[in-house]
Design a protein around this ligand. Structure first.
Ligand code: GCB
Ligand code: CA
Length: 905
């Protein structure tokens, strides 16, 4: 959004409106154009921001939005470019703009910017998530009636700056001008263009009821025309059809150079159309500056008429009715694009929350593209918006000042969005106490006081800026610590990010925590601002465990949390962490650099948990077969003579009963429990067609699942052995849709079949992972396979029939010293996580059918810690010998992480 129009009005729509309402010579109107095309970009690597000059080479053409980190946040190299980048572009400005107020307007650039026009400094901005604009008329050089050329240069850095939040966070700080940039040319008389990149007008609705609504427009006019002016501000309130439902005129005298405030109360709207998630009815307030009949400037703002309140015992009320706020958080990135998204992808995410049945978006952890709140206004999604004070603060004047400025920018820039109901300003600010600071030492006492002080300042600032909305602080689940810092008392609402049953403890800890808040903070309304569990769509388990990153554990987690919140009216709202997978460069786990605690994949395919919410929230009939991303499965036949394998299938529905058919045959009818009907399906080898039907509605869904059936006896004629992929030390299956392979969990050797002999499941120290490691394994996309391991095994045997085989052994040494800057997103209180003991020396050999095929496997040479290493060996099997791999340790214990066996002939 840009200054001349509202944040809430789409560009094209806004420009169209201007034309329609135009009643005066066009040359007086404000002109706005995006200037996203034809920029040049170059890095100034290794240079300090302050002294970095324009690079002499390395320029490449780019269009905005642009980030310089789209690729390097995904590679195996830890870290990403956090330094200086330059952008430049030549603008041609028409001669008659000599008499206009010309501005450059940036929706956002991460994170410190210096803007130069024709070599002169137009302005600086700190903070990567709010808009900024600078007047540039004085830098334009016109020669008579010729157009002026202006060279715009933007020096930018995304370096760490202790004075600018966020300091650390579980997301990537992509550098670049990653939102739209506009050029604005206004009449010298205009709505204030110098107010924190706001549009200079502010709408409030001081009283709204079913009977009537008051609408007030406040703002300021600027007269830079060099002479006194007699002006009128005219505001028309238009309904959805564009009919005028109210108007107000205010006459103002402005001296030359004066900036003067105004305030207009429009006549009340009788029996207003109210704004709500079901019916997000929007009026528009069109405000004009007139000199006589001539329109000098015009701004349009959306107006949503609604009233609301939070109650500590009963939750949230909209327009007098209780409304449980349910929705998600959202980050602003997308696979391959980093944070440089076209508006359409921002809008799509809001639509996905709507399709989920949600009514709430926590815009986390920073203000986002104007397109987001515009879409929320249109679709009826209530929002909370926050500035990015995450994990910690710096006790410096600069940090405090930047926080205040950001909070002011956020509020003024997003003020006119009816979807916004909450302004927040801290996320888990006590998660990472700075070095040397403990909750119970002297330094800690001082630090907590400073955090308290900053919270107080921001809270009062927010209430002054916007008394109509609520303030909120968002905490992690360390109740005592936040109480100790006195934070819950400050804001009007408390948000808790709760991960019991994920990062710590078990699921029961969640309702316990909620009830504790209710008991100990009885006057404070509560929102569950985050909760979630990692889920890698490739991983599945029939015995889901905390932290196994399977779809099944995430499903169980969400079901439990949702139920606990729905049962408690005092829980005013909730937001899943997160709508979609997002980049967090420092993260390791099963998918390095990605946080997959989400309802959708990065490219916005629904995970099962998304369907679970739909089943609960949608009011229209809904029925979908789960495991949509699990269309390739594998498993062992039910018995030596069976040609099927029984596995679960879930159907998500808001219907009472579901019938399931497999290849046209009835599998059974099940009642749905809490949105899920559960079936056990006898899958056959090859294609399986599933059809689910609601018993009493004409609702149906279909899914096709390809099944790789493994024989119980590997010499079976009925089910000849073709291939086997095993993840050692693992209890999950892993589907690789690219190679169309399924990895199955290990099993102990049984004669006639396959499996390991001896050894134990590797488990990283600590209580977090049920098995395996969470470290990034280099040189592979299959981290999950390498992160699990069988340690100290003696053999792996397969009783395959005679023939030619290809055997691939996969290794990764998991004992490794912790990485320097390792992300510790451990939300349990205390305790370092994710660190493994120092590297262990080991040497072993593998014999294949008695031959020393891999004679020296050693951590000193070919088994580097946390590095994938694979060896493929041909094996000829004669007679009944099968395949026998012998593991012989010389030093330390032998291990194996993955094994693939394929029959060639
Ligand atoms: C949190 C943070 C969020 C993280 C999330 C997680 O509590 O607020 O930024 O991404 O947990 O996944 O650990
Ligand atoms: Ca493994």
């Amino acid at each position: 959004m840009i200054p001349h129009l509202s944040f809430a009005t789409g560009w094209k729509l806004a420009l169209g409106l201007c034309l329609l309402l135009l009643s005066a010579p066009a040359d007086a109107q404000r002109l706005v154009q995006s200037i996203n095309s034809n920029w040049l970009f170059a890095k100034a690597e290794g240079q300090a921001f302050e002294s970095a000059g324009l690079p002499s080479s390395g320029w490449q053409p780019v269009s905005l939005p642009h980030t310089w980190n789209a690729a390097d946040v995904l590679d195996d190299e830890p870290g990403y470019y956090r330094g200086v980048g330059w952008y430049r572009k030549t603008l041609t400005v028409p001669a008659d703009w000599q008499n206009r107020a010309v501005y450059l307007y940036f929706e956002g650039a991460n994170q410190e910017a210096e803007v130069l026009v024709n070599g002169q400094l137009a302005g600086r901005h700190a903070g990567g998530y709010t808009a900024f604009s600078f007047p540039v008329s004085r830098f334009l050089q016109f020669a008579g009636n010729a157009p002026a050329t202006a060279e715009v240069q933007v020096k930018l850095t995304n370096r760490y700056n202790p004075d600018i939040p966020p300091l650390t966070a579980d997301f990537t700080f992509y550098g670049g001008i990653y939102r739209d940039v506009y050029l604005v040319a206004a009449d010298p008389v205009h709505f204030n263009l110098d107010n924190y990149a706001s549009n200079g007008t502010f709408i409030t609705t001081p009283a709204v009821s079913a009977e009537e609504a008051q609408v007030v427009v406040a703002g300021a006019l600027t007269n830079s025309s060099g002479k006194p002016r007699q002006l009128t501000v005219l505001t028309q309130l238009l309904d959805k059809e564009g009919r005028e439902v109210g108007r107000q005129q205010t006459r103002l005298q402005l001296k030359a150079g004066e900036n003067r405030a105004f305030k207009q109360s429009l006549p009340s709207v009788r029996r207003p159309h109210l704004w709500s998630p079901e019916q997000p009815y929007l009026y528009r307030a069109v405000s004009q500056v007139l000199d006589g009949k001539q329109v000098l400037d015009e701004v349009t703002n959306p107006v949503g008429l609604r009233w609301y309140r939070f109650d500590a015992a009963q939750g949230f009320f909209l327009n007098g009715q209780p409304l449980k706020l349910i929705g998600t958080n959202r980050h602003q990135d997308y696979p391959g694009l980093g944070n440089a998204l076209p508006d359409a992808l921002h809008v799509r995410d809001v639509e996905l929350i709507k399709q989920l049945g949600g009514n709430f978006l926590r815009v986390s952890h920073y203000p986002q593209d104007p397109a987001v709140l515009q879409a929320c206004d249109r679709l009826g999604i209530l929002t909370s918006v926050e500035i990015p004070i995450v994990n910690a603060i710096t006790d410096s004047r600069g940090f405090f000042q930047n926080c205040r400025t950001m909070q002011t920018e956020m509020i003024r820039q997003a003020y006119n969005h009816p979807s916004v109901i909450i302004w927040a300003y801290m996320n888990e600010v006590l998660l990472r106490l700075p070095p040397g600071i403990k909750r119970d030492n002297e330094a800690g006492k001082v630090y907590l006081q400073r955090v308290n002080r900053l919270a107080q300042e921001l809270d009062s600032l927010t209430r002054r800026e916007d008394p109509a909305r609520y303030t909120m602080i968002v905490n992690h689940g360390d109740f005592e610590l936040y109480q100790l810092a006195g934070l819950p008392a400050i804001a009007q609402l408390v948000g808790w990010n709760l991960y019991q049953g994920w990062y710590s403890g078990d699921l029961q800890g969640f309702p316990k925590f909620l009830d504790r808040h209710r008991r100990e903070l009885p006057t404070k309304p509560l929102l569950v601002t985050e909760y979630g569990a990692d889920s890698d769509v490739r991983l599945h388990s029939f015995d889901p465990r905390r932290f196994d990153k399977t779809t099944e554990y995430a499903n169980a987690y969400h079901q439990f949390y949702l139920q606990a919140m729905l049962e408690r009216p005092f829980v005013a709202g909730s937001a899943v962490w997160n709508l979609a997978e997002f980049n967090s460069e420092t993260r390791q786990e099963a998918v390095p650099h990605i946080n997959n605690k989400s309802l959708m994949t990065g490219d916005r395919q629904p995970k099962d948990a998304y369907l679970l919410y739909q089943a609960h929230l949608l009011k229209t009939p809904f029925l979908r077969i789960g495991s949509r991303t699990w269309t390739l499965r594998s498993g062992t036949a039910a018995g030596p003579d069976s040609l099927f394998c029984r596995q679960p299938v879930e159907v998500y529905t808001n219907q009472p009963e579901v019938r399931l058919l497999l290849n046209g045959q009835d599998v059974g009818t099940r009642k749905s429990e809490y949105g899920v009907a559960r079936f056990t399906v006898p899958f056959r080898a090859g294609l399986n067609q599933l059809q689910a039907q609601a018993v009493d509605q004409s609702l149906e869904d279909q899914a096709e699942i390809t099944f790789r059936l493994l024989p119980t006896q590997l010499t079976s004629d009925k089910l000849p052995f073709t291939e086997l992929n095993v993840s050692l030390g693992d209890a999950r299956t892993f589907t690789d849709s690219k190679l169309q392979q399924v990895w199955v969990p290990e099993q102990a050797y049984r004669p006639g079949s396959w499996g390991y002999v001896g050894g134990e499941v590797y488990k990283m120290p600590g209580d977090r992972l049920p098995y395996g490691s969470d470290r990034d394994i280099l040189g592979t996309e299959y981290d999950a396979i390498y992160e699990t391991q069988r340690l100290g095994l003696q053999q792996f045997r397969l009783d395959v029939p005679p023939g030619e085989y290809e055997v691939t052994l996969h290794f990764a040494e998991l004992e490794a010293a912790p990485q320097g800057e390792q992300l510790v997103y451990n939300l349990s209180s205390g305790g370092a996580v994710g660190s493994s003991p120092a590297t262990q020396a080991r040497t072993f050999s593998v014999l294949v059918n008695g031959l020393p095929t891999l004679p020296v496997l050693s951590t000193a040479t070919n088994l580097r810690p946390l590095q994938a290493a694979s060896f493929q060996v041909p094996v000829t099997v004669k007679g009944a010998q099968g395949i026998v791999l012998d593991f012989q340790a010389q030093q330390g214990q032998a291990f194996l992480n993955g094994l693939q066996v394929r029959r060639l002939y």
